[in-house]
Design a protein around this ligand. Structure first.
Ligand code: NAD
Length: 269
């Protein structure tokens, strides 16, 4: 699969990146890819496994620093940005990726508490990372901020209500922030992944494997499969790099084409 074919040309040589949610899944894959492309990486996650991500970076000869903390708390996010500047001298890339699913809860069982928790982590935490990264990037007159939204933020059918609303909010956030940051040289974009096998979605894959119905997972996708974290990391790498110098304020789906279609009945082969 193409995701595993990665040619390293030091795309991010000399750059410093912060990645939130870097202990697992998409964040971990991106932190490893950024480091392998020459970036020094500050990896933030509330899960202590983030130390393992940085250990893997260092054992491959890269530079990284781990921080265990909650990315929805402003002081923690500000501290992560300050750590990047203190240890590595600047902040060029911020990937605000940490998120939770909140589960698939029926409409009438949803609660204000769950909405608040999901929005706090997925949307407000993303805003805080963008804000504190931009505070450092404005004097530099350059920087790339990347946020993980989701195809769930484009329309219904890929997550619970607060999750989908939080991801639609992230898409709106990058549009408004791109304009608020007008003239600063900072770019901000969102990635909208389709279904990717990660810690978040592991139960879906494990249940399907247990039932022997794994093939059905991707049946509505034009590529007939789910994605892997490295495929999202490649888009994050592009957006982080100078190759994306004119890409700003966009929500880019990396979903195998899933979001291009209305539901259809697939003809049996
Ligand atoms: P994951 O569970 O493997 O990784 C998410 C990481 O974020 C975990 O390490 C978790 O500890 C961390 N995290 C969660 N809340 C945090 C907080 N408050 N503070 C610090 N760290 C926190 O899942 P993933 O799929 O890699 O998720 C990454 C992002 O991708 C999320 O924003 C998710 O919504 C988004 N996404 C995932 C999919 C998918 O199919 N997996 C699809 C679309 C979007």
């Amino acid at each position: 699969m193409g995701a595993y074919l990665s040619i390293h040309i030091n795309t991010l040589q000399g750059k410093v990146a912060l990645v939130t949610g870097a202990a697992s899944g998409i964040g971990r894959a991106t932190a490893l890819l950024f480091a392998s492309e020459g970036a020094a990486v500050v990896a933030l996650d509330r899960a202590p496994d983030v130390e393992a991500t940085v250990a893997a970076i260092r054992s491959s000869g890269g530079r990284g620093s781990a921080l265990v903390g909650d990315s929805s708390v402003e002081d923690i996010v500000a501290g992560a940005v300050a750590l990047a500047v203190k240890e590595f001298g600047s902040l060029d890339v911020c990937y605000a990726n940490a998120g939770i699913s909140g589960g698939m809860v029926p409409f009438f069982e949803e609660t204000a508490e769950r909405w608040t928790q999901v929005l706090q982590i997925n949307l407000i935490g993303t805003f805080l990372a963008a804000k504190h990264a931009a505070l450092v990037m404005v004097p530099q007159q350059r920087g790339s901020i990347i946020c993980t939204a989701s195809v769930a933020g484009l329309r219904s059918g890929a997550g619970g209500m607060p999750y989908s609303a939080s991801k639609a909010g992230v898409i709106s956030l990058v549009q408004t922030a791109a304009n608020q940051l007008s003239g600063t040289g900072i770019r901000i974009n969102a990635i909208c992944p389709g279904l990717i096998e990660t810690g978040m979605t592991r139960p879906i894959f494990e249940q399907a494997r247990a039932r022997g119905s794994e093939r059905k997972i991707g049946q509505l996708n034009p590529l007939r499969r789910a994605g892997v974290p490295a495929e999202i990391a490649q888009m994050a790498l592009f957006l982080a790099s100078d190759a994306a110098s004119y890409v700003n304020g966009q929500a880019i789906a990396v979903d195998g084409g899933l979001s291009t279609s209305h539901p259809i009945v697939i003809r049996r082969e």
